[in-house]
Design a protein around this ligand. Structure first.
Ligand code: FAD
Length: 418
């Protein structure tokens, strides 16, 4: 252990560029993506998206029980909402938000010849997909992967456009732990999902389940919870529903876009009437029309993120089933750091995917973009309580350097067991 620490201290690799996200404090996202709070179930997602009085629909990733918290789930849900507008005989639709759900809705409506305006608060489109330039590399600081690739309408658009895609096999991480070799994580995860008493609140169910395990199994299960649940559902156990165990996360056939999601988003937005810099605080849907800022329509599709939705004023207020759904859904906390170096000093993972099991958890998931983009670049993800632990009171530079330290600790741990 002493040798490992000495080695770590002697390796001081300074990033030449970095980016740290703050989705949790961004007023137009208020978190990373939706997640199921205690008692919450996919049925709450579906209820949130019901058509209200034939003129108002809430849509977006939070309303899609089949593909929640994902870009293509948002896109599909925008189209679902647009179909409800068509069925209601809408002639002028106000879409709020120019993320994937809003773009999906607006494109579908425009294709049917229905008049449609998109009101977007930010001075850019794309919402929680956001491609930035870091040195010579385009990096996605929001969504990066096209998930559920075989059943992903946005992936089909990317393929039609001829955008370069690179696969990531999440089942084959180069994994390391701060307390010795690690294996059996996936088996421990599947055993937990089969064996936990789902009638209990999640924290209690997990505690009881762990109490029945041998120390090595319990350790693997704790790491599986960090790597398969917390990093996906993005809240601590006490704030999650038991049903979170079944909401699908990353898979074996996910693909990322080395040139950035922006290539697809810009294409999907082409030709739409999108008004930037239009923050919405109130939706007036009394009477037969809907009024939002200066826009008047006979139908409204609201695609703002769940965290923002909870702050909007609806006149009249949302019906009880939608308020109940809102109370059972919350925004997860997930942040990303992208680090660029002048050389790749860390071990190469054959799949580009790395996992770091630390206690307490820190930067759990990493993607090594180096092979795909040609410049030594890695992106790390951190979720739930670990965000506060790593971000609180630190500047972006300090956060980036602390993330670098985690990557360095992972690299030393990998080398120690080779
Ligand atoms: C760090 C991170 C990593 C992720 N990784 C992945 C991934 O790899 N793969 C994946 O599929 N998904 C991923 N996701 C989730 C994915 O980004 C979202 O599920 C998806 O982009 C949501 O689309 P949406 O249209 O529902 O919402 P958004 O994209 O958030 O669009 C909503 C729009 O509403 C606008 N808006 C907000 N407030 C207002 C207001 N008051 N008035 C007017 N407009 C407003 C916003 O600016 C935004 O443009 C990730 C998310 C994060 C944060």
């Amino acid at each position: 252990m002493r040798n490992l620490r000495q080695k770590q201290a002697s390796l001081v690799h300074r990033p030449i560029a970095w980016h740290v996200t703050h989705w949790s404090h961004d007023v137009y996202s208020q978190g990373a993506y939706s997640t199921l709070l205690p008692g919450g179930s996919p049925a709450h997602r579906a209820a949130l998206g019901d058509c209200l009085d034939g003129r108002l629909v809430i849509a977006g990733e939070a309303c899609n029980p089949k593909a929640p918290a994902m870009v293509h789930g948002a896109w599909d849900d925008g189209i679902r909402a647009a179909n409800l507008a068509v069925r209601a005989g809408a002639r002028r639709v106000i879409v709020i938000g120019a993320g994937c759900a809003g773009l999906g809705a607006a494109r579908h409506l425009s294709a049917q010849g229905i008049d449609c305006v998109v009101l977007e608060a930010r001075e850019r489109i794309g919402g929680r997909t956001h491609s930035l330039q870091l040195g010579p590399v385009t990096v996605d600081v929001g969504a990066a992967w096209l998930q559920q690739f075989g059943d992903n309408a946005v992936a089909r658009e990317a393929e039609r456009l001829g955008v370069r895609l690179v696969g990531t096999d999440f089942s084959q991480p180069l994994a390391a732990a701060s307390d010795g070799p690690v294996d059996g994580i996936e088996a421990a995860w599947e055993a937990l999902r089969r064996g936990i008493d789902r009638r209990l609140p999640l924290t209690e169910g997990v505690a009881r389940y762990l109490a029945g395990l041998a120390p090595a199994e319990a350790r693997a299960t704790r790491y599986a919870i960090e790597g398969n649940l917390i990093i996906e559902a993005c809240l601590p156990l006490a704030e999650l529903s038991v049903d979170s165990l079944d909401e699908e996360g990353v898979g074996n056939d996910d693909h990322f876009l080395p040139g950035g999601y922006r290539q697809v988003i810009d294409h999907l937005a082409a030709g739409l009437d999108i008004r930037l810099g239009q923050p919405v605080a109130r939706i007036d849907w009394q009477g037969s029309d809907v009024r939002v800022n200066d826009a008047l329509g006979d139908f409204c599709i609201c695609t703002v993120p769940l965290g923002v939705l909870k702050t909007l004023q609806f006149v009249p207020e949302l019906p009880q089933p939608q308020r109940d759904a809102l109370a059972h859904l919350g925004m997860g906390r997930l942040e990303k750091v992208v680090l660029q170096f002048d050389r790749r000093w860390w071990p190469r993972s054959p799949t580009g995917y790395l996992r770091w099991y630390d206690t307490p958890a820190s930067w759990v998931e990493w993607l090594d973009l180096t092979d795909a983009v040609g410049t030594p670049t890695v992106a790390g993800l951190i979720a739930a309580d670990a965000v506060e632990r790593q971000f609180s009171g630190r500047s972006d530079e300090e956060i980036a350097l602390a993330a670098r330290d985690a990557l360095q600790a992972w690299a030393c741990a990998v080398e120690a067991v080779r």
